[in-house]
Write a protein that binds this ligand. Structure first.
Ligand SMILES: [Zn+2]
Length: 298
């Protein structure tokens, strides 16, 4: 195992670790059009991607996430650049690795492939597994210390991504789902509860499990969800990365409700509920992460 990956595993058993915040909304603030392919910026505007990683490092993140959320060949195909998966993931990992140096770990980011697996959908598992494998290999080659499989709804897809990451040689895999609030509790969009969702990625080999994003979930919801995840994790570390409040459209711009202070104040409650890694998803900024760092390190 890469010595940095081994060190990350050891550090996790010693203290709570701080992730970073949103990448997409940061890039949009730098001019990326909503809906455009952010991964292309790993080669077209590496300075801006580096800047996002740098801002989170300075804010106190222990873990920097690569700008590769939509880096499967399936998502890239929807932007007309399916053949550039290896190049764009490799570049994204190298940018984060360059900024992280010895001060942070790099999480190679893998998001959903953007469709539905057979039999519910039309995409065969083998093709999706191959896309995840290509992405994970490039991320590890580019210097990712661990792979973060995130924003998953379908446990079968999440398990495919985790297995692909392990097969590509990842020494540590984190897997997180996005949950919604329903009349019967927290469920993924596919209707899976926290216990079943977590069990699927543990069976696939994930060392760290948890939740991220979730536009309907308040920070109080996340606190309750954390307890469910911890119960399901069977001793494995749990990571939670909520959105900075629910997104609202204000005068044509997407705004997030939670201030950095309110957001950060929830971090100790997540840790009390048993989380070992905390960070932010959509709408969270370096200011949100810096506020969390100040509370966690005080
Ligand atoms: Zn999000």
């Amino acid at each position: 195992m890469n010595p940095r990956t081994a060190a990350l595993g050891q550090e996790l058993s010693k203290r709570p670790l701080l992730g970073d915040g949103a990448t997409g909304t940061q890039l949009q603030a730098m001019g990326l059009a909503p809906g455009a392919c952010g991964e292309l910026w790993n080669t077209e505007h590496p300075d801006r991607v580096r800047r996002v990683n740098q801002l989170y490092l300075e804010a106190g993140s222990d873990l920097l996430t690569t700008n590769t959320f939509g880096g499967t060949s399936f998502v890239l195909e929807s932007h007309g650049v399916a053949g550039r998966g290896r190049e764009l993931n490799l570049a994204g990992a190298r940018l984060a690795r360059e900024i992280a140096g010895d001060r942070a770990w790099v999480l190679g980011d893998i998001g959903p492939f953007g469709g539905m697996l057979e039999p519910l959908g039309e995409t065969p598992s083998e093709a999706v597994a191959a896309a995840f494998r290509e992405q994970a290999e490039a991320l590890i080659e580019g210097g990712a210390d661990a792979i973060l499989v995130e924003t998953m709804s379908d446990p079968a897809e999440a398990a495919l991504a985790v297995r692909a990451a392990k097969g590509a040689g990842a020494g540590l895999v984190l897997a997180t789902y996005t949950f919604q609030k329903t009349a019967v509790g927290y469920r993924t969009m596919m209707g899976t509860n926290a216990g079943d969702a977590v069990a699927a990625v543990i069976a696939a080999g994930a060392e760290v499990v948890g939740a991220n994003c979730g536009t309907e979930l308040s920070l109080e919801d996340y606190e309750r969800l954390t307890a469910e995840l911890v119960a399901a994790a069977a001793g494995r570390p749990v990571i939670v990365q909520p959105n900075a409040g629910a997104p609202r459209l204000v005068e044509g711009r997407i705004c997030y409700a939670e201030s950095a202070g309110e957001f950060a104040a929830a971090a100790p409650r997540f840790l009390l509920a048993g989380a070992r890694l905390v960070g932010g998803c959509c709408g969270s900024t370096p200011a949100h992460i810096a506020a969390m760092a100040a509370i966690l390190k005080s």
